[in-house]
Design a protein. Structure first.
Lengths: 203, 203
C-alpha cells in the first residue's frame, strides 16, 4: 500500500487552523525560527466533546510535562497524541490557559488583539464545528518553569531554529493549532514577533 | 442591617452539592477529621458559562498554588473566590482533573464507583443546571507536590482535624462541592475512608 503524500503546510502568524489527523498519522510541528510558541488542541473526530485535556493528561501521566513515549489523553483518559520524537529541549507548558481578550485588555490593549482562544473557535468554525468553551491547551515550546515557591515564570522559548516535535495520533482527531499572537511579553522570543507555525501531517 | 443567619451544613461523604454564595458572603470549608479532600467548582450565577478556571487562575496569579489574599478567577479573569483565611498548611491542588469513571475502571473497579465528575453534574441537575463538560476543579486540601523532574505525587492531606479555608465570593455564584469518593488511593488519608465535608456560608 502506498503512503499518502505528506501534507506540508503552515499556520499563518497570529491565526489558527483546524487540521484533521487520522489514527496512526503523525503531526510534526516545526519551530522554524526557534522563537514561536503555539497552542494545540485535539478533539475526537467521532465525538468532538472527547477533547484532549491537560488536567487529565497530568493525572494519567503523573507529570506536569511529558516526554517522548508519553501520551496526551482525552477526558476519558484515552491517548490522543503520543510524543514519538522531540528535538527541542522538551519544554511544553500544560499549565496556562490560551491567551484571550481579557489578557490583552489587562496588558493595556484598547483595541481588539488577536488571541489563541478566539483562534481556536475561528478555526473550528471554518470546518463547521461549534465548541462550547476553550479547553486548556498544550502550549507547545512554551517555557513556563515552576519555582519551588509555586510561582511560575514566563520565559522565551528554549528552542533553536528547526526544532520539532512529532506527535502520533492515537485516534481519528481534529487538531487545532493557534500560532500565538502574543507580541507584548517575551513568550514568542525576545523580538516579540509572532511567526508562522510550520507542520507536516504524514503516514 | 442584621446579617442573615449563617448556613451551617455538610456535603455527605461521596456526594456533591450545589451551594449558592452571594457576592461578599464567605464560604468556609472545614476538614473535620483532617483527612478528607473535596473538589470545588464555581459558576457565575448570571452566566454559568463564566466558570472558575484553574488554567486562568494559574495564569492570572503566576502561581500553581494560591495563598491568603489571592483570587481564583473565571475564564474572563474576574475574581470569583478570594482566600481570606486558611488555617491548613495551604496545600490545595490546581493541577488534577476531577476523578471520573475511567479512573476507577483503571483502578480495577468493575462496578460503578461514585466520582467527583458525576457528583458535579448530579449536584447541578438538582438545581436545574446542565453544564456541557467538567471544568478542572480546585482540589481543596489535596496534597499533590510537584517534583523537580516534573513528576507529581499523590500524598494524604497535610491537614489536621478542624483545619479550614475561608473563601470570599467576589460575585454572585453557585459553588459546587464534591466530597471526594476516592477510597483506593490515600488521597483521603491513610484510612482511605471518605468523610462528610462541613461548610458554613455567612455574611
Amino acid at each position: 500500500m502506498t503512503q499518502p503524500t505528506p501534507i506540508v503546510d503552515f499556520v499563518p502568524a497570529r491565526y489558527g487552523k483546524a487540521i484533521p489527523v487520522s489514527a496512526g498519522q503523525t503531526l510534526t510541528i516545526i519551530s522554524k525560527e526557534g522563537s514561536q510558541v503555539l497552542d494545540l488542541w485535539a478533539l475526537g473526530r467521532d465525538d468532538p466533546m472527547e477533547y484532549m485535556s491537560m488536567e487529565h493528561t497530568r493525572s494519567k501521566n503523573s507529570k506536569v510535562m511529558l516526554s517522548v513515549g508519553d501520551s496526551y489523553v482525552s477526558i476519558r483518559r484515552r491517548p490522543m497524541f503520543t510524543v514519538v520524537e522531540d528535538t527541542s529541549p522538551g519544554i511544553h507548558d500544560t499549565l496556562l490557559c490560551a491567551c484571550n481578550s481579557a489578557i490583552y485588555e489587562e496588558s493595556g490593549c484598547t483595541e481588539y488583539h488577536r488571541n489563541c482562544s478566539d483562534n481556536f473557535h475561528e478555526a473550528l468554525a471554518e470546518i463547521g464545528v461549534q465548541f462550547p468553551f476553550t479547553p486548556g491547551p498544550l502550549n507547545v515550546f512554551m517555557n513556563i518553569p515552576i519555582e519551588e515557591d509555586h510561582t511560575i515564570r514566563r520565559l522565551p522559548p528554549a528552542t533553536k531554529p528547526g526544532d520539532y516535535i512529532k506527535l502520533r495520533a492515537d485516534m481519528d482527531l481534529v487538531a487545532v493549532i493557534s500560532a500565538c499572537p502574543q507580541d507584548i511579553s517575551v513568550i514568542n522570543g525576545a523580538e516579540k514577533t509572532p511567526r508562522d507555525v510550520h507542520y507536516v501531517v504524514e503516514g
